[in-house]
Write a protein that binds this ligand. Structure first.
Ligand code: SAH
Length: 253
């Protein structure tokens, strides 16, 4: 058996040129591409060879995806599994790797720019603001997909850290209610719709107006909700570039 090559590639948040150089090269040379249809920019697929076989995983179940990946690999083909953002964040790669490992199929994972990082760039904000918060919570609101009880939004809210919620656009009312049990009502929020795509939109407000903001602007998908003091104008500075601070590479004056 000639072994093929299987690469699980993060396509980035939306703008096609935010894929990594390595990811782009793999797309260009692939015989088979299986892409996450709802969120991967079609421009990324246009870099593929004209004779590449292309599958939209949004229309496939896990078994069908594994079949295409494994059969391609076993026939000696170059196979790319293209995920949105970075595959390790809500990418459901764990279950794909579970079956690939059982089938003794080797693969590489190529990181991608997650949508929360694309959106933070669009917001032009630092998520870890000196003295205000040094922690970022990435999570989601419980809907049809369960979230472990100890991670419910009410308990995560107690930290008052920077928070980014994925997959929660249709659950804004519950997000607002749960977070208001700890965050002050006027905590700044931002909703980024289709971050880094041409259609990107940014909405800003206060936590107590989150559900209304989502409803008024009819945002139901492809959005991230940012919550936290980090969205305010920054007044605290880090020690890193403080002229009086000595560290490994620079002596303070
Ligand atoms: N692996 C992806 C996340 C997949 S889960 C990543 O690293 O970004 C899908 C969720 O991601 C969507 O419901 C939405 O909350 C978020 N998302 C993905 N792309 C987005 C984008 N360009 N702008 C805003 N949110 C996005």
């Amino acid at each position: 058996m000639t072994k093929g090559k299987l690469s699980i590639v993060g396509a980035g948040p939306g703008a096609p040129d935010l894929i990594t150089v390595r990811g782009k090269e793999l797309v260009e040379e692939a015989d088979i591409i299986v892409y996450a249809g709802s969120l991967v920019n079609p421009k990324v697929l246009s870099w593929g060879r004209s004779d590449a076989e292309v599958f939209n995983s949004a229309e496939m179940n896990l078994e069908e995806i594994i079949k295409v990946l494994s059969e391609g690999y076993q026939k000696g083909k170059k196979v790319v599994r293209l995920h949105t953002g970075d595959a390790s964040i809500y990418g459901a790669i764990g279950e794909q790797m579970y079956y690939l490992d059982r089938l003794e199929i080797e693969y590489d994972i190529i990181p991608g720019v997650s949508s929360f990082l694309g959106a933070a760039s669009s917001l032009k904000k630092e998520l870890t603001v000196p003295e205000i918060t040094q922690t970022v919570i990435l999570s989601r609101c419980e809907g049809r997909t369960p979230v472990p009880e100890r991670e419910n939004l009410k308990s995560l809210a107690q930290h008052h850290s920077s928070m980014v919620l994925f997959l929660s656009a249709t659950l804004a009312k519950k997000v607002e209610e749960d977070l208001l049990t700890s965050y002050p009502f006027d905590t700044p929020i931002a909703v980024v719709y289709k971050a880094t795509w041409e259609e990107e939109k940014i909405y800003k407000g206060e936590l107590s107006g989150l559900a209304k903001l989502m409803e008024d602007n009819n945002i139901k998908k492809t959005a991230l909700i940012f919550i936290g003091e980090f969205l305010k104008p920054q007044e605290t500075f880090s020690k890193l570039y403080d002229k009086g601070f000595t560290h490994m590479f620079r002596k303070g004056k």
